[in-house]
Design a protein around this ligand. Sequence first.
Ligand SMILES: [Zn+2]
Ligand SMILES: [Zn+2]
Length: 416
Amino acid sequence: MQKREETRMKVKFLGGAEEVGRLAIKFQDDSTRFMVDYGVVPEKPPQYPMPYEPVDGIFITHAHLDHIGALPVCYHGDKASLYTTTMTANSMEPLLNDSIKIMDLEGYPKRFDVTDIDTMFESLTAVHYEDTVQVGKYYATPYSAGHIPGSSMWLFENSKKILVTGDLYTRDSNLLVGGKPVKADILVMESTYAGKNHEDRQQVIARLKSRIKEVVDNGGKVILPSFALGRTQELIMILADLGYRIAVDGMGNLITGIYLNTPGYLRSRGEFRRKVGRVRQVRGRRMREAALENDIIITTSGMLDGGPVLGYIQKLADDDKSAIFLTGYQVEGTNGRSLVETGTINIAGVPLRPSMQVEFFDLSAHAGHDDLISFAKAVSPEKIILCHGESREKLLDDLSEFEVILPFNGKEFTIE
Ligand SMILES: [Zn+2]
Ligand SMILES: [Zn+2]
C-alpha cells in the first residue's frame, strides 16, 4: 500500500466562483497540479476565464459550454492529460466546433482553432464511472452527477478526499438516475439554486402536458425552445408517447445521435431509441418548411439567441392560439429572458412582439436548495467550498454545522 502524504492544497478559481459560468478550478500542492473544467460565460461574445495556468491533468465534469467552452485554449502550446467520460468526450466535439463557427460568423476574437481541438482530443483519456486514474500523487474517480448524460462529479484522493460536484441533480429524471453522495473530506459544490427550491417535477410535467393539450386542441402549435444537450432529449422522453406530431430541429438531433451511439449512460437506451423513433428529426430546408405541420416543435436555441427557433417564432408570431413554452433557465441579457419579462425578442436588430402565449415550466437539471443541503450533509465533509452561484450565501444558515468557504475568482486560498 502506497503511503499517502499530508498536503497543503492551494485552490484557485480561474472563473465560476461567484458566478454561474466559465467554471475553472485549479488545485495545486507540492507534488501535483490539476484543474477541473475550463468554461465560458455563454454570452455574446463569450466571456473567458482567467488565463490557463499549466497543470498535469484536466478533469471535465460535463459538456455544457460553461464548463468546456474555453478548454481548447489550454491546448494551444500545452498537452495536459485530459479526462472525461466517453459520453462527455463525444458530446464536446460538436459544441466546440460550433463555437468556432460562431466566432467566425459574429467576428468575435478567435480564441482557438480546430488544431487546438485536435490536440485536445489527442490528450484525452476516457474514464468510465467509478474507474480510477492516477495523476501525479492523486487518484481521480468520476461518479454520475445526474445532471446530463455523461456528467460527472470527480473524487480526488491523496491524504484527503476532495469531491467536486460540477453541475448536480439528485432527483431522477426521465433520462437519468439522480447523482448520489460520495463521502469526502472537502466538498466543492455548485450552488446555482441557493435559496430556491423547484416545484415538484412530476407536477411540472403534468402541467406542461395539460397546457400542450389545451393549445393543440384549440388549433395552435407549441414551440419548445430547448438546449441541444440534455433538455431536447429529456423533452423527447416526456412527450413522445402522447400521440402528437412532434418535430425536433437544430443541433439537438446531432446530440440525440451521440446519445444513441454511446452505450452505458442513459437510464434506458432502448426506451430512448423507441421514443426517438416517434419524433421527426428536421433535416434540410424542405423539412424545415414543412415542420409547422406538426403540433409540437422542439428546437434550439434554448434561450432564443439564434438557431431555427427564431424562424418558427417569426412564422407563428401573429397566432395567439400558438404558444412558446420555455423549460430552461433564461440568463439575463438573452432573448428568452426578454420574452418573459417584456414580451419582446430581437431578431437581427429588429424587435418582435409575438402574440403567442408564453409560459415557463421549471424542468431544471440543477439541485434545488433543500437537495443541495441534503447532499452536502450526506457527503459529511470537514469543509465545503461553494461555487457556480450568484447567491451562495443563502446556503450558509442551513450549512452552519460545516466550515464553509465562499471563494472569489482569482483569489488563491489554502485547504489543509
Ligand atoms: Zn451544466
Ligand atoms: Zn454549469
